[in-house]
Ligand binder design. Structure first.
Ligand code: IMP
Length: 423
């Protein structure tokens, strides 16, 4: 199938960067369809570690065209600095060549960042733990139909008109709320400057992708965040503001909803950054050991990630919502020495009932029911064939398949590109 969509199965940070990097080697196009620079994809390259926030991971492959789709919210100032950083690392970034930007993608303004940080403060103990990068407010303005699109940066008169309207509307509540008011003319000048820098890349990317799709070109859709952070299917309200699951891949690119292969990325244990329910979280020594062994610190904000056991209830739900045909299991090597290994197979809810479905409410009160497996003490990082894994590690993977109903086709056993088992 020429089109593949890669989605994070839980709350993001499943190691999509490495998998996309691996799959991108065979792709003609790598496309981001949602989110913004709240995402962070870590790539391990021969030259060292590289964290991408907005630019698709295919940028490291010379033959790949990378597309920032219409469903992404773009901070043009951040994008310019990310492009500069890539060029400094010796990676060629050619706007209009190997990097295309949808003219329909909405723009994140400094105002959105101020609004995001103010709203988090106002939520007090109910805070979401956002990345503070203005993602939610930018999507909110898109829905309210007062947003600015990347194509507007190339249309000075329209840009001025839209920015003045946004500034008037926001200042009406920024000033009484004590948020620094917006200077419309300064914003326009900054955006015109960014528009000039990005001009060659701003195109009708949907048309480009539909043509590529019709011609049978290989398209890799790179999900950001994860299904449980999806605005509609995730652990609302502790979610991001975009459609992180596969549904967003169509609306966020303009590609038609034809069949595509969906690859779900799941970590061999679970992590989450930010607030919100996480039934299998371990706030004890187990959680700390997982964090240390998996180096679980956010690639965007550096925050320590919350860690816990694998949750087959949540993974089965997300796999169904995203239509995952297969799972890539990452970080299996990290579980070395955790004896026993625990898999959550059901929840006991506050009313005493037992369920194997992810509830829409009161997930914070769900108590996991576990199946214990023996675990392994061997170092897996040199293993390249499933049959060469210790029997206990194989049994763990097979139990995940049994409980989720999704085949595990690929297993990552280390951060390096070649530390992969393909079955
Ligand atoms: P926002 O996307 O900045 O609005 O943050 C909303 C929630 O999504 C917070 O819990 C963030 O920590 C989480 N989040 C956003 N982007 C990522 C990501 O790339 N990985 C993991 N969590 C994320």
């Amino acid at each position: 199938m020429p089109t593949t969509c890669v989605v994070g199965i839980l709350w993001g940070d499943e190691g999509k960067g490495k998998v996309i990097d691996y799959l991108a080697a065979d792709a003609d196009f790598v496309v981001r369809y949602g989110g913004g620079h709240n995402a962070g994809h870590t790539l391990i390259l021969p030259s060292g570690k590289l964290v991408l926030h907005l630019v698709p991971s295919g940028i490291v492959h010379p033959h790949t065209t990378n597309v920032i789709g219409n469903g992404v919210v773009v901070d043009p100032i951040h994008l310019c600095s990310e492009i500069d950083a890539l060029r400094t690392r010796g990676l060629p970034v050619e706007l209009g060549g190997n990097l295309l930007l949808s003219e329909r993608a909405h723009v994140i303004l400094e105002a959105h960042r101020r609004q995001d940080q103010w709203a988090e403060g106002a939520r007090g103990s109910g805070r979401i733990g956002t990345t503070g990068r203005g993602i939610g407010p930018a999507y909110a303005d898109r829905c309210s139909r007062i947003g600015l699109r990347l194509g507007d940066l190339l249309r000075p008169d329209r840009l001025r008109q839209v920015v003045r309207a946004i500034a008037a509307q926001k200042n009406a509540w920024f000033v009484p709320a004590g948020i620094e008011p917006l200077d419309a003319e300064a914003i326009v000048a900054q955006l015109l400057d960014a528009g000039e820098r990005l001009r060659a890349g701003i195109v009708d990317s949907g048309a480009v992708l539909r043509r590529a799709h019709a011609a049978g070109r290989r398209i890799l859709l790179e999900g950001a965040q994860g299904c449980l952070l999806d605005l509609e299917h995730g652990t609302y309200p502790f979610v991001t503001s975009s459609h992180a699951s596969t549904g967003g891949a169509f609306s966020g690119t303009g590609l038609p909803p034809h069949a595509m292969r969906v690859v779900g990325i799941a970590k061999a244990y679970s992590t989450r950054v930010g607030e919100g329910p996480f039934p299998t979280e371990r706030g004890d020594e187990i959680g700390e050991r997982l964090r240390a062994a998996g180096k679980e610190f956010g690639s965007t904000t550096g925050r320590p990630r919350r860690c816990g056991w694998f949750d087959t209830v949540a993974v089965r739900y997300s796999g169904a919502v995203s239509g995952a045909d297969e799972l890539v299991l990452t970080g299996l090597d990290v579980l070395r020495g955790f004896l026993p290994l625990r898999l959550c197979v059901a929840y006991r809810l506050a009313d005493g009932s037992r369920t194997t479905e992810l509830p829409a409410f009161d997930l914070e009160h769900a108590v996991p029911e576990y199946e214990d497996l023996p675990g392994f003490t061997e170092d897996l990082r040199q293993v390249r064939r499933f049959d060469d894994l210790p029997a206990t590690a194989r049994a763990y993977v097979q139990a995940i398949e049994r409980h989720t109903g999704i085949p595990v086709r690929t297993i990552s056993v280390g951060p390096e590109r070649d530390q992969v088992i393909v079955r």
